[in-house]
Design a protein. Structure first.
Length: 189
């Protein structure tokens, strides 16, 4: 698949089948992430491939966070939130959690470390698309919760950048009308 075509046709696929994803596809996705630009070659990305029962372990952490964060709800609502959080990782056969571990060099700028990891995620999403897989990058407040960071063993400086849910698409995608670059561009000659 041509890179321009991949960029223009990739969509966030939030609904995927339970079919297993071959390891070699996951390895290609991971490798693509490591080709992202990163200032001073710090390679700040950390990847955690979550499949099988390990998705339930992540779900237990998400449930625990939901129970802590939503104590103001009525018991029925509280239980629904907790169950939804627990089952969230079961929505895809593969999840790649992506963390940021900033380099220790004095000249490293934190924003650049996060930018590098976000670039890695985009490479990974495009690669998944080129392999015929559906993927979606999920974030939100729970992503940055201390319990999630601890679950993945990140250092005090580290943070999560998000979760890439991967599987074979169970959706029909549509072309999306994008605002032309002209609306966001100033040419400075």
């Amino acid at each position: 698949m041509d890179v321009i075509e991949a960029i223009k046709t990739r969509r966030s696929i939030g609904k995927v089948k339970d079919d297993p994803v071959p390891s070699d596809c996951i390895e290609k996705i991971l490798e693509a992430g490591t080709y992202a630009p990163n200032h001073y070659r710090t390679e700040p990305w950390r990847f955690f491939v979550i499949t099988g029962d390990s998705r339930k372990k992540l779900g237990a952490i998400l449930e625990e966070i939901a129970r802590i964060e939503h104590t103001d709800l009525e018991p029925d609502e509280w239980a629904k939130k907790a169950e939804k959080a627990r089952n969230n990782p079961l929505r895809a056969p593969v999840i790649i959690a992506v963390g940021v571990e900033p380099g220790d060099k004095k000249n490293v700028i934190m924003k650049e470390e996060y930018a590098a990891v976000c670039s890695a995620i985009q490479n990974m999403l495009l690669t998944a698309h080129s392999l015929g897989l559906g993927a979606i990058w999920r974030t939100g407040a729970v992503t940055y919760h201390e319990k999630v960071k601890d679950f993945f063993g990140l250092t005090p400086k580290g943070e999560m950048a998000g979760f890439i849910f991967i599987g074979y698409s169970d959706l029909t995608t549509k072309l999306v009308k994008k605002t032309g670059f002209e609306d966001f561009t100033v040419w400075m000659n």
